[in-house]
Design a binder for this molecule. Structure first.
Ligand code: LMR
Length: 396
């Protein structure tokens, strides 16, 4: 049977990792997958994570299965981080959370849940969106449609077009929104614009599915949940898919959550029962180690303070690299203004480079970025920034 298979195309983000490894250029630069790297170009284990793991090594007394929806204390910690402990959604138990293998796992469970109950519902994504969104949604059976996001410069928001697009979405469909640090563009709506998005979503009677993978990477842990708070004020129900890959550096541990917010506790529990059925027939129940690390940190005042400092340090490093890139591009005098990189937020910037220029960067400079022109700013360091900028200048 396998002889009948053609080779599938490589993944747009993870697919070139092998080519990068084989590249023998000692000055090669990897700015593809969204992982944080320190100034030495390494993706470190956070100190708070190491401390939590030491505690777990001593205290953990079983590796037994978690429940289908994960550990109750993790579920609580996720909800409190998303909304704050005092929020009505948490207090009234209007949220139900499933601990998932990463944010991608959360997206897949959300898509399975919605497609199972509403087989004709479409999901509307920003154009562009994270390359894996349409694949995850389509794999669950959801038809994917698009709303416009960027203006003609390709590096800024066209809010009127976005709103016009959202205004076309039929009631009963789903809209995928990025809570902050839009992936791949780094272009976020302002809070005032979020209020208008929330009212359109409400008026149209569509369900918001909010991807929240970069909490803490734009302005701060609470600040970055501001869009979510606006949606929570306006909407009786929505879904949140969150990830702890980036803000806890727990990439390979696969830690995330799907949070279903419903008008009341009974509806949340009913929806949860269907989400659990999706999980059981997929991966059965979530991995426990990463979730235990997150819970240990969030439940302990000292570890939590340490975590917040470490997230702030990552955020600051990325912001510094944005400044450095803009400054270095200006020095190189390429005749194009790169100050938009400073306005974009989170791990990524959309450079506006064409696929041809991206290919040239790879073949002539051994600089690897995603085909749509996305750069992982968190992979830029003071020692590779000049070479990166020279490469960009050359392909321009
Ligand atoms: C990315 O966008 O690079 C990350 O979210 C990692 C991934 O799985 O694609």
């Amino acid at each position: 049977m396998f002889e009948l298979f053609d080779t599938a195309p490589p993944d747009s983000i993870l697919g070139l990792a092998g080519a990068f490894r084989k590249d023998e250029n000692s000055e090669k630069i990897n700015l593809m997958v969204g992982v944080f790297k320190n100034e030495q170009g390494r993706t470190p284990v956070l100190d708070c994570v190491k401390a939590a793991e030491r505690r777990l090594l001593e205290s953990e007394d079983t590796k037994g299965y978690l429940g289908i929806d994960g550990a109750p204390e993790y579920v609580r910690a996720v909800q409190e981080l998303l909304f704050t402990p005092e929020h009505d959604i948490v207090q009234q138990r209007r949220a139900a959370t499933v601990q998932t293998p990463g944010g991608t796992g959360a997206l897949r469970v959300a898509a399975d849940l919605m497609h199972g109950k509403f087989p004709t519902a479409k999901i509307w994504c920003s154009k562009p969106t994270w390359g894996n969104h349409p694949k995850v949604f389509a794999a669950a059976g959801l038809e994917v449609a698009w709303y416009r996001y960027l203006d003609d410069t390709g590096v800024g928001l066209d809010f009127d077009a976005m709103l016009a697009g959202l205004n076309q979405v039929p009631a009963g469909d789903i809209v995928c929104l990025h809570a902050c640090c839009h992936n791949p563009t780094g272009v976020d709506p302002s809070l005032e614009q979020w209020r208008r998005i929330a009212s359109v979503v409400k008026e149209r009677g569509v369900l918001a599915l909010v991807d929240f993978a970069y909490q803490g990477f734009a302005d701060g842990i609470r600040e970055d949940a501001a869009a979510l708070a606006i949606l929570a004020d306006a909407l009786p129900e929505f879904l949140v898919c969150n990830s702890f890959s980036k803000n806890f550096g727990l990439y390979g541990e696969r830690v995330g959550g799907l949070t279903i917010v419903a008008p009341h506790a009974a509806a949340a529990q009913a929806a949860l029962s269907h989400a659990k059925a999706c999980v059981r027939s997929n991966y059965s129940n979530p991995p426990r180690h990463g979730g235990a690390i997150v819970t240990t940190i969030l439940q302990d005042d000292a570890l939590r303070a340490q975590w917040e400092q470490e997230v702030a340090a990552m955020r600051t490093r990325i912001a510094d690299m944005r400044t450095l890139i803009v400054g270095t591009m200006a020095e190189l005098n390429v005749g194009r203004d790169f100050s938009f990189i400073q306005k974009q937020r989170g791990m990524f910037s959309y450079t506006g480079l064409t696929p041809l220029q991206v290919d040239q960067l790879r073949s002539e400079w051994s600089i690897y970025i995603v085909g749509d022109g996305r750069i992982n700013i968190a992979g830029v360091t003071p020692s590779n920034v000049r070479r990166l900028c020279k490469g960009i200048a050359a392909v321009l």
